[in-house]
Unconditional design. Structure first.
Lengths: 647, 497
């Protein structure tokens, strides 16, 4: 496979996306078609590249090259991202909900730009290219979340998402500096960095990965990111941006492991997020909010896998979750477009109304729950097997988190299949169109996109079972890991089924702290945003009053000194001059007298005086540069005083 | 050729100044200004095309004419990897200004003449190979900018112009004192930059070198400006016309930072190394302080002005780090390269931001963030370009700012880990720009946004040109880096003596 195809993989969506955004309105008509054609091309190219595995690079900055390759982990991530992206683009074209219809060129342009950034992130083999695309993902996601800029709170959601992830992104800048100082910015060679630089780089990469993957304490941004149209969430908050956080940590798990501490931190943060955000998900009363919390929780398993170096199981979980969650976000979008709401109570019995949507949603939810034999059941058990080897406590947390997955999936299942009681009808309908005007229909093309995603959500679990497991592990560079045994598989299956049954029987409690996403955003405001703003305001006052005040006071003092000099000049110097003149006149009279007595002597005297004056006049012309300078300063100061006076 | 590039605008300025005061002259002046700036771009393009890195310590395309041989002053000009990018930047920014000012109604002929004069001075500074030539151009550019603010400014223009003039002029005098210190120390006495670099006359002189460096650094720091010498900048920007602000931020601030790499570092290497920690600290403080104070601003122009303090802080931080021998040569060299890229990048992006801010004043007479809301509705092009420029300024990859800051930070952090603290600057900058966008652009149109006229063609052309260049340099950084890197290596070798 020629390396040019790899450049095209990232270049074509990038260029097409930029063109659509710049052309704007003028490209509205062709934008959906361009989006889908480019998306399809990316899929074909991605699969071809995954089979061939070329590497390309171009000179870039900081003695490093812009290096891309489709090998190992990226060879499995790139095709899956491409497929999800294509399906999402088709869905968005068929079901342009969430203001997409009003500005299709901007939407498809930004989505393609975002896709290009994700593909660079997934194929980057060194930190410069990685950081380059990493932050473009953040910027395009800001624009996509705030897509409907007419509603200021949606753009504010984009701002919260961008600033939170950028806070974490600073880690990558630090890591790049450490990598340069420690030897190499090549991702594969990070574990060989010298001295403390390896720890610094690991810490930086870890923070950046946790931020993008919406792990604790960064999870809050994902909640605000739900302000974007559903197709945005389907791509960004399932297969791509959030997933890239997990991907980065899987990719650098040798570095995390090499430090001895970073892997453990990742494992514990991942497991905690899986559990806590699972509880948060259970408590949500808005479908997209529930899915968002579940995304953070599911990515928690990926991060946990990265922490315990279970790359094969972790990447299987990443891909299985990507397809499952993309499916569910699209389902949410379909219902939102039809009913104008995503409030869970309003979705009572909705699965019966559009059966294709309902059935695919059910497959997705069961997969999310970890129900056997669907994909996430198997991948999660793969991770659990690796965790069991590491720490029993961690394994218990992981199991509890798995139970939470089952619980929140069941919460949705319970509602969408419920038969509404006759008197509940008006209450449900009251929610309709509360967010936007629903069309009361789900286009057939949009429904058809859901089917392949559901099939993937069903079957991707095969990746962790023989005979595929071995090849998978070799592809992602992680052979020889423990596989889940039959007892573990059966045990987790029973656990999940029991939890689902329990929730179906009686809805779980919804603690307020969980419903409000642990109050993370409020805490960030109280602890970071408000103090920063207060410091900024105080510094601005300081700047005006003290720094600038000192300058102004100095200026005023100089003026006062000038006035004083002026007074001295008038009374003293001028007086002296007058006195001298008077003296000269007297002298003149004296000279007159002398003249009469001896003209000759006087002539000689004048000549002598003139010569002396001439010498005096030449005095400033000393050739001594500092004296020139002094004169220049004096003249300039005089000019300055003059200017002040004129002004 | 270089001399032609420098003085052609001055010639045009003289001709324009002599034209009779009629409407026809105004039209001629607009055309003449635009054609001149385009011609300058072409000439600089030719210069760039024919450029190859000169040997260490020498300038390419040089010219040397004795002027005041008695005091060792000569008309010496030339370019290298440090000055060529800034000369190109100057040509581009003045072109954008000529396009932007196409509809200027207030004494267009005089403005065209003034800006042609200014362009000559700015080009002269970057091309100068003699300290006195540098100083003369430096001071005359201050005079030109003074009149630009005074005559075409608004608000408290007279006061701001005077403050700008006195402060930066005073700075130039302090700098001149430093130059004279170098002259006196050199044997034979000379103001020739190349000779002074070769001699590094104050190496091993103890406190004298430090004192001379202090004079030069303070003079340049006022111009850059760094904390605490920055307070002339916000009022000057706020009350300056849009094109004045663009030139002031885009070109004239670089005279300060350029002076560090061109004069202070290579001529006073030992002193620079001795005081590198202080310079690094001032850079970090400027970056954070500028960003925080910008965050608290309600006036768009003041806000952008303070982000300049932040961005120039990164430059000084990188140059300070480059003076620390503890770091690796590679890292320090990357820091210097990043600093020069940042000069170019900041010039393009901040000039674009100031031109956009100027549109607000032109339409509705206010820069206050509170006066606008939902501007994207009546003025989608303005909103789009402002968002793009804001993201470019906060260092998003794809634009030149990222290339600059990535190199500055990777180079500096490895040399002095404390530089990582300044990373908070890029976070605060992101916050302040997004907050400004949030307040001004989104939601329903309110306040002065109602009935706002979107960008006109000259304005789009001017801003589009600057942003397109920033984009190209952000995606294809090699052409610029290839020119700067050899020069950065030379500077570093000179610092290490």
């Amino acid at each position: 496979m020629n390396g040019a195809w790899l450049w095209l993989l990232v270049g074509v969506p990038g260029a097409a996306g930029m063109l659509l955004v710049v052309l704007g309105r003028r490209a509205d008509r062709v934008a959906p078609a361009v989006g889908m054609v480019v998306g399809a091309g990316v899929v074909i190219d991605a699969f071809a590249l995954a089979a061939g595995g070329p590497a390309v690079s171009a000179p870039f900055v900081a003695d490093a090259r812009f290096a891309l390759a489709v090998t190992g982990l990226s060879a499995v991530i790139v095709p899956s991202v491409a497929v999800v992206a294509l399906l999402v683009l088709v869905f968005a074209a068929a079901n342009p909900e969430g203001g997409i219809a009003a500005a299709p060129a901007r939407f498809f342009g930004l989505m393609l730009l975002f896709l290009a950034a994700v593909l660079v992130t997934a194929t980057a083999t060194a930190l410069p290219a990685l950081l380059f695309s990493w932050e473009i993902m953040g910027a395009t996601s800001y624009a996509l979340i705030g897509f409907r800029w007419q509603q200021a709170d949606r753009v504010a959601g984009g701002m919260v998402a961008f600033l939170t992830t950028r806070t974490a992104d600073l880690g990558l800048y630090v890591a790049a500096g450490a990598a340069l100082a420690g030897g190499s910015m090549d991702l594969n060679r990070l574990p060989e960095l010298t001295g403390p630089w390896r720890d610094v780089a690991a810490a930086g990469v870890l923070v950046a990965g946790l931020g993008k993957a919406a792990q604790l304490p960064f999870s809050l941004w994902l909640s605000r990111a739900m302000s974007g149209p559903s197709p945005v969430s389907a791509l960004l908050h399932s297969a791509a941006m959030v997933a890239m956080g997990g991907y980065l940590l899987l990719r650098t798990s040798p570095l995390l492991a090499a430090t001895g501490w970073a892997g453990n931190v990742a494992a514990w943060v991942g497991a905690s997020t899986a559990l806590v955000l699972g509880v948060v998900a259970v408590a949500q009363r808005d479908l997209k909010q529930l899915l968002a919390a579940s995304t953070a929780a599911q990515l928690g398993f990926v991060v946990l896998a990265a922490g315990v170096s279970a790359t094969a199981a972790g990447s299987a979980q990443l891909i299985a979750h990507a397809t499952t969650k993309a499916l569910l976000f699209l389902v949410a979008g379909a219902w939102l477009g039809a009913l104008g709401t995503k409030a869970l109570p309003a979705l009572t019995g909705v699965a019966r109304r559009w059966p294709v949507v309902g059935v695919t949603a059910t497959v997705g939810l069961l997969a999310l729950a970890g129900a056997p034999p669907l994909s996430l059941w198997a991948t999660k058990d793969g991770i659990l097997a690796a965790v069991l080897e590491r720490s029993p406590v961690l394994a218990v947390i992981t199991l509890a988190a798995a139970a939470m997955s089952a619980a929140y999936a069941a919460v949705v299942l319970r509602i969408i299949w419920a038969r509404p009681t006759p008197d509940a009808g008006p209450e449900i309908k009251a929610h309709f169109d509360e967010e936007e005007a629903g069309t009361r229909r789900v286009p057939a093309a949009a429904q058809s996109v859901l089917v392949p995603l559901a099939v993937a959500a069903e079957t991707l679990g095969v990746l962790v079972f023989p005979p595929l497991a071995g090849r998978w592990a070799i592809t992602v560079g992680d052979p020889g890991r423990p596989q889940p045994g039959p007892v573990e598989l059966a045990g987790s299956a029973v656990l999940v089924l029991v939890v689902i049954a329990l929730v179906m029987w009686r809805p779980p409690p919804t603690p307020g702290w969980a419903a409000g996403w642990l109050g993370l955003e409020g805490a960030a405001h109280t602890m970071i945003v408000r103090p920063t703003l207060a410091v900024a305001a105080a510094l601005a006052r300081f700047d005006d009053a003290i720094v600038d005040g000192t300058v102004s006071a100095t200026g005023r003092a100089a003026l006062a000194a000038a006035r004083l000099a002026d007074r001295v000049d008038r009374s003293g110097v001028d007086g002296a001059v007058t006195g001298v003149a008077r003296g000269a006149a007297r002298l003149g009279r004296l000279a007159d007298r002398v003249d009469r007595s001896g003209v000759d002597g006087a002539v000689t005297g004048v000549a002598r005086g003139a010569a002396r004056l001439g010498r005096l006049a030449r005095r400033p012309e000393t050739g001594q540069i500092y004296q020139y300078y002094l004169q220049a300063v004096l003249v300039l100061l005089a000019a300055a005083v003059f200017l002040v006076w004129v002004a | 050729m270089l001399t032609v590039i420098i003085f052609l605008p001055l010639l045009v300025a003289a001709v324009l100044a002599l034209l009779p005061n009629t409407a026809t002259s105004d039209r001629v002046a607009r055309w003449a200004w635009l054609v001149l700036t385009l011609a300058e771009v072409v000439l600089v393009g030719l210069l760039w095309a024919g450029y190859s890195a000169p040997p260490a310590g020498q300038l390419a395309a040089g010219q040397h004419v004795a002027w005041l041989p008695g005091v060792g002053v000569s008309y010496t000009v030339g370019v290298d990897g440090l000055s060529l990018p800034l000369i190109a930047l100057t040509a581009v920014i003045f072109t954008a200004c000529a396009a932007y000012a196409w509809r200027e109604q207030h004494r267009p002929r005089a403005q065209a003449a003034l800006f042609c004069f200014l362009q000559s001075m700015c080009l002269g500074i970057f091309a100068a190979g003699d300290l006195i030539i540098f100083f003369v151009f430096f001071d005359l550019s201050i005079v030109g900018m003074y009149f630009s603010i005074l005559r075409w400014g608004h608000g408290q223009a007279a006061r701001s112009a005077l403050k700008f003039f006195l402060y930066t002029f005073l700075g130039s005098l302090v700098m001149l004192a430093g130059f004279i210190g170098l002259y006196v120390a050199a044997a034979p006495h000379t103001f020739d930059m190349a000779q002074l670099v070769r001699q590094a006359p104050l190496n091993g002189s103890g406190w004298t070198g430090g004192a001379v460096l202090a004079a030069i650094v303070i003079g340049l720091a006022i111009k850059t400006p760094t904390v605490p010498f920055h307070t002339w900048l916000p009022p000057a920007h706020t009350d300056a016309p849009a094109v004045g602000s663009a030139v002031l931020a885009g070109v004239m601030l670089k005279m300060g930072t350029y002076g560090f790499v061109r004069i202070a570092m290579p001529m006073l290497p030992q002193a620079w190394r001795d005081w590198a920690w202080i310079l690094l600290a001032v850079g970090i403080v400027s970056a954070l302080y500028g960003a925080l104070v910008a965050l608290a601003q309600n006036n768009l122009k003041r806000m952008i002005a303070y982000t300049s303090v932040n961005h120039m802080g990164y430059v000084l931080m990188a140059l300070g780090a480059a003076g620390l021998l503890s770091g690796s040569t590679t890292g320090r060299q990357i820091a210097v390269t990043g600093a020069v890229v940042q000069m170019v990048s900041h010039g393009l992006i901040t000039a674009a931001l100031f031109l956009l801010a100027g549109v607000l004043h032109d339409r509705k007479g206010s820069y206050s963030l509170e006066d606008y809301g939902g501007l994207a509705e009546p003025a989608p092009r303005l909103a789009g370009l402002m968002a793009v420029a804001a993201f470019a300024s906060l260092g998003i990859p794809g634009f030149s700012g990222f290339i600059a800051e990535f190199q500055i930070f990777t180079g500096s952090i490895g040399t002095a880990a404390v530089s990582a603290v300044a990373l908070l600057g890029i976070l605060i900058t992101a916050a302040l720009f997004l907050r400004a966008l949030q307040r001004m652009l989104v939601g329903p149109a309110s306040g002065r946004s109602v009935g706002f006229t979107d960008l006109r063609r000259p304005e789009i052309t001017a801003v589009g040109l600057l942003m397109a260049l920033s984009l190209i340099l952000g995606v294809v950084p090699r052409p610029l880096n290839d020119v700067i890197e050899p020069a950065a290596r030379v500077v570093l070798a000179q610092v290490d003596r």
